[in-house]
Design a protein around this ligand. Structure first.
Ligand code: APR
Ligand code: ZN
Length: 243
C-alpha cells in the first residue's frame, strides 16, 4: 500500500482526527518558515524581533517587521493543505486544528475549530490596559498607540519566553488527548510547549501521521511519514478520499 493509500485509510478509520500544524503548512502559500535554509531565523534574530525584550528595546523595528509579515500574509491564500483540512472538518472527520501559526490561514480556508497556540497576527493588544482589537491591515503609524490609554500597542502573538494563552493551551491538550489519529503537518517540533502536543497524543495511544519533507524529532513517533510538501500531498489525498 502506498503512503497516500495508508493515510487515506487512517483518516477513514479515525474516530477523532485532529491536526497539529506549523509554518510548513503555509510555505506553499508563499509564507516563509522560521527554520531551515531560507527560514526567517536565518535572516533575522528572533530574540530581537519576537521577544518582549526586543520589543521594549526597539518597538519601531519590531512593528516594521510585523508590518512586513502582515503585508506578506495579507497577500497569501490558503493552499490545498489548508483547504483539505477545511474539507475534512466540513464532512465531520476532522475535529480540531491546533496550530502554531499566527497567519490565520486555517480560518480563511474555512476551519471553524482552530486553536491558535501562538496568537494571531491580525490581533493587537495594549501593553498597559485591557484594550484588544482585530485589524485587517498593518497599522498606519509604527509603533501604534493604544486609543484607550495612549500606551504602546503590540501584536497579540506569543513571543519567545512568554506563556501560551491558558484557555487555548488547555483545550489543545484536551483535543490532542482525545485524538486517535493526529496529523502533524509542517512543524520542526523544536519549540516547547507547543511541541509537546504530538508527544502527549502519542502517549495516549494516538497514531501520528507526520507530513513534512524532512525528518524531525517527531518522526520517531510517527506511524506514517509523508516525505512530501503538504500542499501537493493534500491535493492528491482529498481526490483519493473523494470529499
Ligand atoms: N510542507 C510541509 N512541511 C514543510 C514544507 C511544506 N511545503 N516546507 C517546509 N516544511 C517543514 C520544514 O521541514 C520544517 O520541519 O516545516 C517545518 C517548519 O519548521 P519551523 O520553521 O521551525 O516552523 P514551526 O515548527 O512552526 O516553528 C514553531 O517557532 O519561531 C517559533 O513561534 C514560531 O510558531 C513558530 C514556532
Ligand atoms: Zn491601553
Amino acid at each position: 500500500m502506498d503512503v497516500l493509500e495508508a493515510v487515506a485509510e487512517k483518516i477513514k478509520e479515525s474516530r477523532y482526527l485532529v491536526a497539529f500544524t506549523g509554518a510548513g503548512i503555509s510555505k506553499e502559500s508563499g509564507i516563509p518558515t522560521f527554520r531551515g535554509k531560507d527560514g526567517l531565523w536565518a535572516k533575522y534574530d528572533p530574540e530581537e524581533l519576537a521577544s518582549w525584550r526586543g520589543f521594549l528595546k526597539n518597538p519601531k523595528l519590531v512593528w516594521e517587521w510585523y508590518t512586513w509579515r502582515m503585508d506578506l500574509i495579507g497577500k497569501a491564500k490558503p493552499n490545498p493543505a489548508h483547504l483539505g483540512l477545511a474539507k475534512l472538518e466540513k464532512v465531520g472527520i476532522l475535529k480540531a486544528v491546533i496550530t502554531q501559526n499566527v497567519d490565520g490561514l486555517h480560518r480563511r480556508a474555512g476551519n471553524k475549530k482552530v486553536l491558535e497556540l501562538h496568537g494571531n497576527i491580525w490581533r493587537v493588544k495594549c501593553v498597559s490596559c485591557d484594550f484588544k482589537d482585530k485589524v485587517k491591515e498593518p497599522p498606519k503609524e509604527v509603533p501604534p498607540k493604544c486609543p484607550k490609554c495612549g500606551s504602546l500597542l503590540r501584536p497579540d502573538v506569543v513571543w519567545f519566553g512568554e506563556p501560551l494563552p491558558r484557555d487555548v493551551w488547555t483545550e489543545a491538550v484536551m483535543e490532542a488527548m482525545k485524538s486517535d489519529v493526529l496529523l502533524v503537518i509542517g512543524t520542526s517540533g523544536l519549540v516547547a510547549p507547543a511541541s509537546m502536543v504530538p508527544t502527549m497524543a502519542h502517549q495516549r495511544g494516538s497514531s501520528i501521521v507526520e507530513i513534512n519533507p524532512e525528518d524531525t524529532p517527531i518522526s520517531s513517533m510517527a506511524e506514517i511519514k509523508v516525505r512530501s510538501p503538504a500542499g501537493s500531498f493534500f491535493k492528491e489525498l482529498i481526490e483519493r478520499l473523494r470529499i
